[in-house]
Design a protein around this ligand. Structure first.
Ligand code: NDP
Length: 462
């Protein structure tokens, strides 16, 4: 066995230098493995290069618009404010370049061989990168995903989120197509920066899969901020015009816009990787099929992150990679736990959530106690801004365990991260009640909820 192991160039070859791949490579090397990683674009992956990190920087940038207006209520007079898109993009690019360098240094410091180029499997132990061929005992696929456009013509006149980070100038009019995370976040960014934004979504309400109160609250806030939200509408036809793009909608309307951004989902990067040659099975959407240990249909090939189409979030990919390293290199096999993964949408105001929606909790647990509070955040008592915060706690009635927490409003992501610990630990409503609040905060609302909303059973009985 040892003789076979020694005959490979590396113990582990990682394809993809994003969040999951880099973490897997570093931690495996720290556990004593000889590791190489290949990345064809930039180390850091989607999250660092054209996802979470630059997105959040743009969200910060776009929020100043409101901050200047809100300051007046606190006695400040702010002169005419100007905004320079090119300066923002340059600053963002410098920061992304810095982070990319950190990723590369972390790999080097861990003793990982970092290669540049497209990697392809020739068989289940051999990888080709450019004109190099290397062999490895174990392979970790962490190639992420890419944005997809809807079927049909005219989408060459649209951009995806990839290009949104590098626009030469800020468009005056933007049409965002989609109702998911990326659509909602970019609608807010462009709106905050001063563009006139139309958001078009095919379903009855944005953020499908989120709690209905979250969806309705956020949609109401987006409209108040001036985003023209059109639901149950699709794009029929796209035409290039002298000024921009004419987008013909299913309701008969035509919207002229300078920028059409399609935020219509992402697909796993499994093309041209030689996965068939290696005998790795894919599912119907082209994701690598894996078990709870992230092991593919080939016993020595694993996959983590977006390429597996489980939960497409950076911290999930990182934890999947950690579980992989524990399983393969630390003699502590453990499956990844995908229960109660918190997440946030950096919309304006932001959304954050952990656990079950009310509908999912009802389906799983039956009777529930649902607590909900909607209030004006303290900051806006003086700013005068008409913006609400909504928080919601879902408790399964029989065991009184808190099974879901949802929030729309200022600081929601920062608040829900802490609440997620309590839910992960199995806290009951009594534990929440026994916790002393921090005053004055919005977060304290989570520990001062006393009266459940009347359950649907009670309403039906009336
Ligand atoms: P989502 O799957 O969240 O949203 C895709 C949206 O596009 C949905 O509203 C969907 O509608 C719509 N859509 C899909 N196909 C079509 C079509 N053919 N025609 C019209 N509309 C269509 O994907 P995103 O691209 O927004 O993001 C991908 C993933 O990346 C997210 O699910 C999330 O896991 C992750 N992400 C996380 C972020 C965060 O943590 N803050 C930020 C950004 C991304 P419908 O709902 O009807 O299917």
């Amino acid at each position: 066995m040892d003789a076979t192991m020694a005959s490979y160039d590396y113990d582990l070859f990682v394809i993809g230098g994003g969040s999951g791949g880099v973490r897997g490579a570093r931690m495996a090397a720290a556990a004593g493995a000889r590791v190489a990683v290949a990345e064809e674009y930039r180390y850091g992956g989607t999250c660092v290069i054209r996802g979470c990190v630059p997105k959040k920087l743009l969200v910060y940038a776009s929020h100043f618009h409101e901050d200047f207006a809100d300051a007046a209520g606190f006695g400040w007079s702010v002169g005419a404010a100007g905004f320079d898109w090119a300066a923002l993009i340059a600053a963002k690019d410098r920061e992304i370049g810095r982070l990319e360098g950190i990723y590369e240094r972390l790999l080097a410091d861990a003793g990982v061989t970092a290669l540049r180029g497209h990697a392809r499997l020739l068989d289940d132990h051999t990888v080709e990168v450019g004109d190099r061929k290397v062999s490895a005992e174990t392979i970790l696929i962490a190639t992420g995903g890419h944005p997809v456009f809807p079927p049909g013509h005219g989408w060459e006149h649209a951009i995806s989120s990839n290009e949104a980070f590098h626009l030469a100038r800020l468009p005056e009019r933007v049409l965002v197509y989609g109702g998911g995370y990326i659509a909602v976040e970019f609608a807010g960014i462009f709106n905050g920066l001063g563009a006139r934004v139309t958001q078009v979504y095919r379903g009855p309400q944005i953020l499908r899969g989120f709690d209905d109160d979250v969806r309705d609250t956020l949609a109401g806030e987006l409209v108040k901020k001036g985003i023209a939200l059109q639901v149950e509408t699709t794009i029929d036809r796209i035409e290039k015009t002298a000024q921009g793009v004419a987008v013909h909608l299913s309701d008969g309307e035509t919207v002229e816009t300078d920028l059409l951004l399609a935020a219509t989902g992402r697909r796993p990067n499994t093309g041209n990787l030689g996965l068939d040659a290696a005998g790795v099975e894919l599912d119907a959407v082209g994701a690598v099929k894996v078990d709870a240990f992230s092991r593919s249909s080939r016993p020595n090939i694993y996959a983590v992150g977006d390429v597996t189409d489980r939960i497409a979030l950076t911290p999930v990919a990182i934890q999947e990679a950690m579980a992989f390293v524990d399983t393969v290199y630390r003699g502590r096999p453990r499956p990844m736990d995908h229960e109660n993964v918190p997440s946030a949408v950096f919309s304006q105001p932001p959304v954050a959530t952990v656990g079950l929606t009310e509908a999912a909790a009802r389906a799983r647990h039956g009777a529930l106690d649902v607590y909900r509070s909607s209030f004006r955040p303290m900051k806006h008592t003086l700013s005068g801004r008409d913006e609400k915060t909504m928080i919601k706690l879902i408790v399964e009635r029989a065991g009184q365990k808190v099974v879901g927490a949802h929030m729309v409003g200022l600081d929601a992501p920062e608040i829900i991260q802490g609440v997620a610990i309590a839910i992960k630990a199995g806290a009951t409503k009594a534990d929440f009640d026994a916790t002393v609040g921090i005053h004055p905060t919005a977060a304290e609302e989570f520990v001062t909820l006393r009266e459940p909303v009347p359950p649907p059973e009670a309403a039906a009985a009336e």
